[in-house]
Design a protein around this ligand. Structure first.
Ligand code: PXP
Length: 251
């Protein structure tokens, strides 16, 4: 794709963990919708929310409220289940990101095994695409998975940056740099196949710059760190700083 057609790197703010805090007490506060509105005002290009099977953070009513109120696009993250497909088709969000989901995991641990489940996933995403959703597949930076995502008709892949971020946090810098290089190569490879490339998971102020600098990456989805940082500086300022770092990386 030519550089001018790429446009500015977009920031999707994931508000799941506002709901995590709310649900810890079972009441109405803090309200994820209010967080989404603040994120919009702070320059988020989209809002991301993951409706998990166990509803541990975002709930069905949150999705309804987001769809009814947001002025930026909703990126609806979900597992490839019949229940979630029905919900997505009822709401028709701008984008659907298919993620692997295990009940016992604390967060989305790995990318989706597209290569192993190619047929099933091709059938699963077809109605979503027909309904006009942009379908994104959350995968590891692995050529096999990228090729499979392309074959099943996904328009977008989101590269899992968790291994890169974990290696940074744990001081395994050689591994971090190798992961980062792999992410860059795979972003370029996916782009060469005509896929739009997004990235996310675990990104922080310390780790965002090299990922934002990859010219093929069009969107970053960031949640946990921003919601945590909001405790100290407020959500709007936390997002502004992320935006500043992303723009600086791209300049
Ligand atoms: N992208 C995807 C596909 C995710 O599943 C998540 C976590 O829900 C994120 C991005 C955001 O990750 P984090 O909350 O660690 O920033």
């Amino acid at each position: 794709m030519n550089e001018h057609a790429r446009g500015r790197l977009r920031l999707g703010v994931n508000i799941d963990h506002v709901a995590t805090v709310r649900n810890a007490r079972g009441g109405d506060t803090p309200d994820p919708l209010r967080a989404a509105k603040i994120a919009e005002e702070a320059g988020a290009d989209g809002i991301t929310a993951h409706l998990r099977e166990d509803r541990r953070h975002i709930g069905d009513a949150d999705i309804e409220a987001l769809m009814a109120t947001l002025s930026v696009p909703l990126n609806f993250e979900m597992a490839a289940t019949d229940e979630m497909q029905k919900i997505a088709l009822r709401h028709n969000p701008h984008a659907v990101c298919i993620v692997p989901e295990k009940r016992e995991e604390r967060t989305t641990e790995g990318g989706l095994e597209v290569a192993r489940e190619e047929n099933k996933l091709a059938h699963f995403i077809a109605p979503l695409r027909e309904a006009g959703c942009r379908v994104s597949i959350f995968i590891a930076a692995d050529a096999r998975q990228i090729e499979a995502a392309n074959r099943i008709g996904a328009e977008v892949i989101e590269l899992h940056t968790g291994a890169y971020c974990d290696a940074h946090a744990e001081g395994r810098f050689a591994e971090r740099d190798a992961e980062c290089a792999r992410l860059g190569e795979m972003a370029a490879y996916a782009d060469s196949l005509g896929l739009e490339v997004h990235a996310g998971h675990g990104l922080t102020y310390e780790t965002v710059t090299p990922i934002a600098a990859f010219p093929q990456v069009m969107e970053l989805n960031i949640g946990h760190f921003l919601i945590g940082e909001a405790i100290f500086r407020g959500l709007g300022p936390a997002i502004h700083e992320m935006r500043r770092l992303m723009d600086a990386a791209r300049a």
